[in-house]
Ligand binder design. Sequence first.
Ligand code: ADP
Ligand code: MG
Length: 611
Amino acid sequence: MPRIRVLPPDVVGKIRAGEVIDRPAAVAKELIENAIDAGSRLIAVHVGAAPERLIRVQDDGGGMTRDDAVLSIKRHATSKLNEESDLTSIRTLGFRGEALASVAEVSRLTLSTRSAEELTGTQVEVLGGTLIQVSGVGRAVGTTVVVEDLFFNTPARLRFLKSRDAETRALSRVVWSYILTTPGIHWRFHVDGKEDVDLPPAADFLERWSVVYGRGGSPDAGVPFEGELGGLFLRGVLGTPDQARANRDHQFFAVNGRVVSSPTVGAALRQGYGNLIPSDRYPIALLLVELEPSLVDVNVHPTKREVRFRDESRVFQATRAAVEEAMRRYVPAGVGAGIGTGATGRPFAGVDVVANPGEKGIDPNAGRAGGSGGGGDLARPPSEQPLLDGLELARTLYAPPESLGPDVAREGESGDLREGLAEPEIAIWQLHDRYLLAPIRGGLVIIDQHAAHERILYEEARERLFGSGGPSQHLLFPRLIDLTRDELDALLLHEPHLKRLGYEVSLFGERQIAVRGVPASIPEESAIDALKRLLLSAEDADASGDPPEERIAKTFACHAAVRSGQTLKPVERRALVDRLFATGLPHGDPHGRATYVRVSMEELDRRFGRR
Ligand code: ADP
Ligand code: MG
């Protein structure tokens, strides 16, 4: 590697200012990028239980001479940039010469290194930006950087850190993104009490990908792809449509080896999947773009987290075409479960209807757990809520008409609406497989079938979760599900909750679980779908601040409920309406959206000019 030198002021002036070290993840990113730039074949990352207390990155790259080691922690000291013109042809991950200096300024940093040119290594210790000591050490060629007590001298920044778990997760994502993009590097990654992996070099991207996203060896492990279009090289691994997620957390992009976020690439990726996945979901993917360095500006963002392409639309077109082409070739190994699209928007938003028949409006906090002693229905302990048990719901919502006794949903009636529906023969229409229309005394009620079922299942789930659990329906054939590491963690954490809901789950091999029972109230397919979503969304758990039971009840209800677009048999419509008005709070779904609107006769009369 060329010698380090301090950049002349005119070059410094061209550089987007400030390497921002805002959290432990940023430290890991810089140290890892340096290790990769140094040509390392092995990189070992060790993180303490509190990541701001200890991060160590060790590599077997080219190392530094004594002189360079001392220079490396100075600002704008770099071996990667010489001339200002180099800024348009950057092939390394670093180039500003600021990272080590910025980290050293806000931590206790110890750098030990040796280059092949020297027989002894050098150890440099810096405390809060002040050089404390330079000494000789015996060591192998390569570099080890230890960062301790990050932000010890900037307490304000320390206070801004998120929870230990959140910081560890962010750091972990950085490390894993580089693990995924560099299959040729041997990685060791250890987080005290959390993570411990040793990954020898992999044959290709797919093999590395499978370490995280499972299904190794199966044709459904992921869709590897590779393509070239007018000087733009694209390759990576695309997740199968059934692996799609509710957020973009599992999309990894790299441009010329640098892990970045790119709205352009993200949008192209999504479009490449077309309607293979529902519109509110995102594919998981590893996507690497390689192009002439002069065609991309890496100097636009202070943390180099984003890049700008000279020709964004070309990158977009090429990426979309490559993804589309790869997904055309993909044939699922098994029979995929159909995923409907969820209901969107408020029903009849533009129509002036009488929305809230009771005195109570739709409580925007309907989803919040009770316990604060407020006056709402949900403040009551769940056991007092007028609910039927799961088996009964199964009978009412999915069973043949005989079992639908007139009394099934009678108890716990709320409001005048049910009364209006008293006649069992009254037809309930289904409009465009989305809304149920039912005549009531004094008008018409229009029910959002998904939102209504969501409310029903939500209350039932809360009852089970806060209570002693509900019945399970044994599956004739256990269902095997592949899980990622995060999902497996979530499963272990929430096992008791899932059990109370009615799931019977056991570990089945390293990354697989066997589902032997599902909550008795819902069809197997919906139950499995809901389980997958529960494990997925567990990652967002601490963001919401809700108790886990509350979050689980909401997620379960949302994904187990009948969907917009699903045709319901007359008996199912009937059961849904009856069950809705037997819930404690029928007006809104758990997110506070309306479950029904009422149109009064007066309203209709007025519109038809009858009064
Ligand atoms: P930059 O990476 O932008 O050049 P840094 O502050 O991250 O700036 O690093 C300064 C210099 O220290 C680098 O240019 C490189 O020469 C040297 N260096 C840093 N880390 C390593 C490492 N792990 N192995 C070898 N050299 C390193
Ligand atoms: Mg660097």
